[in-house]
Design a protein around this ligand. Structure first.
Ligand SMILES: *[C@@H]1O[C@H](CO)[C@@H](O)[C@H](O)[C@H]1NC(C)=O
Length: 311
């Protein structure tokens, strides 16, 4: 791992030895990819761009745990049954309704057909639409707090992510970035916990939802990343986990590797242009050379051909 070097020290090294030391790159990274002039063509470079939610960390399970923790705190019961969402059921919810409050409304209205009592039956179930809304609002607010606590305690990078990112950070010819639709505060928190602050600060580019006017599946976020790095999109490889992210990457003219989860494994990623699909980076031993090795000779070459799931 590279050690952080104070700016002054790095400049001294450069001027004494008269060449660009590895530490120069470090300083550039801390400055978030200092813009290059057109004379310094980056034509021999590649970029590896990570989506955050779902790729760097799997947030779905943490969301589920936070809902269940909130339900438990409120002692929600329907009849004699405590309200609890199983992994399989949360998958169904994920694929049926967007947004946390909608998931709860769907559960109580469509699945159970009844709203729960609170405090182990000591507080009656809501009787009016307003009371239903109030309960769901309070549950959602508590769930959000519990989710933030879970992120702070438990967020862990998905298998192989840190290893691949470190290889890329150590390679002079590969830029590394994160492109996430989430807000800056949320992503910074997640990245600091999963990557660590030191690694996060070495990223060459970070483009977030706040930075672009159109969100994925619009390609703008990836187009913007390539522009900031002054690199051709055909030299960029994106790691994504969803159809929406895949469309954004392909729309920007980049290659896209999908890491999926049990809830997305049956989606038609290849049909939408994924260059490779793997369950996760770690289990397939995905390394930098497997991604960029073939592209060095031929930008159109297939990537991860030996380890990707069959199309
Ligand atoms: C839930 O039930 C309502 C009322 O029957 C229906 O209109 C709605 O479409 C259902 N929601 C979903 C997501 O199936």
């Amino acid at each position: 791992m590279k050690t952080a070097l104070p700016l002054a020290v790095s400049i001294t090294i450069q001027s004494v030895y008269g060449f660009v030391s590895p530490h120069h790159r470090q300083v550039q990274r801390l400055n978030q990819a200092a813009p290059k002039t057109s004379l310094q063509a980056s034509s021999d470079k590649f970029a590896l761009l990570f989506d955050c939610d779902g790729v760097i960390i799997e947030t779905e399970e943490l969301h589920r745990l936070a809902y269940n923790a909130a339900f438990k705190e409120f002692n929600l019961m329907i009849g004699d049954e405590p309200v609890e969402w199983s992994v399989a059921y949360y998958d169904i919810l994920q694929n049926t309704v967007g947004g946390g409050k909608n998931k709860m409304f769907f559960h109580f209205r469509n699945t159970t057909g009844a709203f729960p009592t609170s405090d182990n039956g000591n507080v009656a179930a809501p009787q009016t639409i307003e009371q239903e809304q109030d309960l769901v609002d309070r549950l959602q607010a508590r769930k959000t707090d519990l989710y933030k606590e879970l992120i702070a305690e438990k967020a862990q990078a998905r298998p192989g992510v840190l290893e691949l990112m470190d290889q890329a950070l150590a390679d002079e010819n590969v830029y590394v970035g994160v492109c996430s639709a989430s807000t800056k505060a949320a992503v910074t928190k997640v990245l600091d916990v999963t990557l660590g602050e030191e690694r996060r600060k070495k990223l060459d580019v970070t483009i977030l939802g706040d930075d672009v006017s159109k969100l994925k599946p619009d390609p703008l976020i990836y187009v913007t990343a390539a522009e900031r790095l002054n690199i051709d999109p055909s030299r960029c490889v994106v790691i994504e986990d969803s159809i929406v992210g895949l469309k954004a990457a392909k729309g920007a003219g980049m290659k896209c590797v999908i890491t999926y989860t049990t809830s997305t494994e049956n989606e038609d990623f290849y049909g939408i242009g994924a260059d490779a699909k793997v369950p996760d980076l770690g289990s397939k031993g995905v390394n930098l050379d497997m991604i960029f090795g073939p592209m060095k000779d031929d930008l159109g070459a297939g990537i991860l051909v030996d380890v990707r799931d069959a199309p």
